[in-house]
Design a protein around this ligand. Sequence first.
Ligand SMILES: [Zn+2]
Length: 345
Amino acid sequence: MKSIFISRHGGPEVIQFDEQPDPKPSYREVIVSIRATAINRLDTYVRAGVRGQRRNFPPPLILGGDASGIVVELGKNASKVNLNQRVLINPRITCGLCEFCSQKEDDLCQNFHMLGSTRNGSHAEYISIPESNVYPINSNIQFDTAATLPTTYLPVWNMLMRKTNLHSNETVLVLSSSAGVGTAAVEVSKKIIGAKVIATTSSDEKASKTLELGADHVINYTNEDIHKRVLELTNGRGVDVVVDHVGAEFFETAYKSLRPGGRYGICGVTSGYKTNLQMGTLFARQLGIHGVFMGSKKDMEQIVEKLNDGTIQPTIHQVFKLEQAQLAHKIMEERTFFGKLILTN
Ligand SMILES: [Zn+2]
């Protein structure tokens, strides 16, 4: 089958487009014919071999996690999915055996695999995947749209619906609203929870797109001070919840922008891992900090439900052919995009 893979770490030029062996399903797996697959920051880290993603070659590794397609073959013991079913693929494969998996807290499972990172991924014509990782999508849902969801909406859902429990009468600060997690956080906060949304971004063009998505206010952090502007917009009170997927760059200013008792959610550190935490204000202002990594199978079910009923309409920046993966990686690293980058078969 045609696939996008790497045989060594490096820049976008190490990405190869060529034949790899067709996958075979094991007992509870199914083969999905991939129709669309999204690119995430993780894919660029895996390609470059940074942030804990170094691996030994050979064998080569097929990149990619998030995807959608059609079930074309069932493993011997696969019984929950039908042939020809249109599905979305959750790229996080949990063990199903640990204390967390058995209590349906599978987002806490530490014995997990990620497609395109610890096993062959979705940037290919076919993939073999446990049947518990595929979710039926309605016939009117585009494959491109479905493929955008898991890696951006799972952490957002986990963070806003569960960990920080954002309410409709509250205000959320979404950092860097142009990336996949940012647009998903604006959408979920507004359309599903109904909260007031303050977002930050880096250009006037991105600011107007963020307002179109439903944000109430947008702060252009290249010429405005985030903390000062948040206080102005909240009458000096601060926000109830922060959604951070950026890490070091904005932590201190966003953390200061929380109201007493506010909740800080973090699900990514694209700008750096380390920061200064003022522990005095942490207890004196009774703040909560919540680390979030992807989400549970239950979260995924709820997200797909909202996709199928038309509530969730993810933002896509550009759709490429599978063989254009090098170009898509370059665009992701230039950070000039707004929404998701998709590869199609
Ligand atoms: Zn587990």
